[in-house]
Design a protein around this ligand. Structure first.
Ligand code: CP3
Length: 341
């Protein structure tokens, strides 16, 4: 039995004594303890070594006091397992030197055996569960198919992912074949995470907001729907499609227990779109953690008021920035934990 199951109860729609809190990308570069490990090992070495992944996953639980741990890994381990080379350049971001551009490139990708290719993630989850010792739930995750296609086709980060879009618009059949292969891999991968002990799953569709509502349905949501349907009866699932506020109603209809929202939509408006049967997660502007601490405290309280009691998990509207002082992250978390309606 979990000692702190606030997030699980909130995802089930139960009233809790207070609002639970965690931060997207909470295991990472703003923590000096993480930098120490980063200076010694390469990025994928950290992901592939269960002891390192375990230590990094638990750091924010100990240091910042969040109500959940999120597995230390990356969404790009899936394209890697599917056969593409993925590099992470320090301070630059992901690089896939041979991206998918043409139908003929599809011969280089496969739906892999996840135990063979991603077994190290399952081993990390088992170790983390043991080390957490039921203090807080463990969130497993994967990238949504559209966001993974963005990297697999564009080959690197981008503000617009125009080459990924061009691929989908010019070669729709190939695009859908790739999206379905990513979906099938992701379902097997997430089922493996559940089997290893993940208590909650989150799907990150970081680039969902780059698509029109119609294209979002066609290129993203129809695959998210398959994934949620495959796992939702085993563990609660949170869908975070950044910027895709126009589709909150359709995302709630997938059966996801939670929906992430960013800071560009008002919580009351998000609730109106999403309906009353889903938990909302968010939506503090990550850059606001660079404000003085009293400003953070006041802004967090007004965010909590705007969501109201129940069916809310306090979080940022996207990942924490690397230049946020640890004391500011702690102020964010502590303000939520001390607040009562
Ligand atoms: O949330 C956590 O603390 C768990 C670990 C986690 C990482 N990446 C570790 C990481 C999670 C959940 C992710 C998800 C991820 N990765 C997303 C979706 C969330 C989002 O922020 O939109 C995306 C788009 C990626 C792809 C990716 N990985 C990028 C664009 C980058 C470089 C830029 C950046 O944000 O750092 C990475 C590298 C990465 N993944 C780092 C970490 C801690 C930083 C590299 C390092 O510390 O060496």
């Amino acid at each position: 039995m979990l000692k702190n199951d606030l997030i699980l109860r909130t995802l089930r729609g139960e009233q809790t004594e207070r609002t639970p809190v965690w931060m997207m990308r909470q295991a990472g570069r703003y923590l000096p303890e993480y930098i120490v490990i980063r200076n010694k090992y390469g990025f994928f070495e950290r992901c592939q070594t269960p002891e390192l992944a375990c230590e990094i996953t638990i750091q924010p639980v100990d240091i910042v006091g969040v109500d959940a741990a999120i597995l230390f890994s990356d969404i790009l381990v899936v394209p890697q397992a599917m056969g593409l080379e993925v590099q992470l350049k320090e301070n630059v971001g992901p690089l896939l030197p041979d991206p998918i551009k043409l139908a003929s490139d599809m011969a280089r990708v496969r739906v892999p055996d996840v135990d063979e290719t991603l077994g190290y993630v399952f081993d990390a989850i088992k170790l983390i569960k043991q080390e957490l010792n039921d203090r807080v739930p463990l969130i497993g995750f994967a990238g949504a198919p559209w966001t993974l296609l963005c990297y697999m086709v564009q080959g690197k980060g981008s503000k617009t992912f125009d080459e990924a879009k061009a691929f989908c618009y010019a070669q729709p059949e190939v695009a859908h074949q790739l999206l379905q292969m990513i979906t099938d891999t992701t379902i097997a991968y997430l089922k493996g995470q559940i089997k290893a002990g993940a208590d909650v799953l989150q799907l990150f569709d970081s680039w969902g907001g780059l698509l029109s509502p119609t294209d979002f349905e066609n290129l993203s949501l129809r695959y998210i729907r398959q994934i949620v349907a495959a796992v939702k009866d085993e563990v609660p699932t949170i869908v975070f499609a950044k910027g895709a506020w126009h589709s909150l109603e359709a995302m709630a209809a997938t059966g996801a227990a939670g929906l992430g929202i960013d800071w560009c939509i008002d919580p009351k408006m998000a609730r109106k779109f999403a309906g009353n049967n889903v938990t909302l997660q968010g939506n503090f502007d990550p850059a606001k953690l660079l404000s003085p601490i009293p400003v953070i405290e006041a802004e967090v309280k007004s965010m909590l008021q705007a969501f109201g009691p129940g069916r809310h998990i306090a979080n940022l509207g996207h990942g924490i920035l690397p230049n946020v002082p640890v004391a500011h992250a702690q102020a964010f978390v502590n303000t939520v934990k001390e607040f009562r309606f």
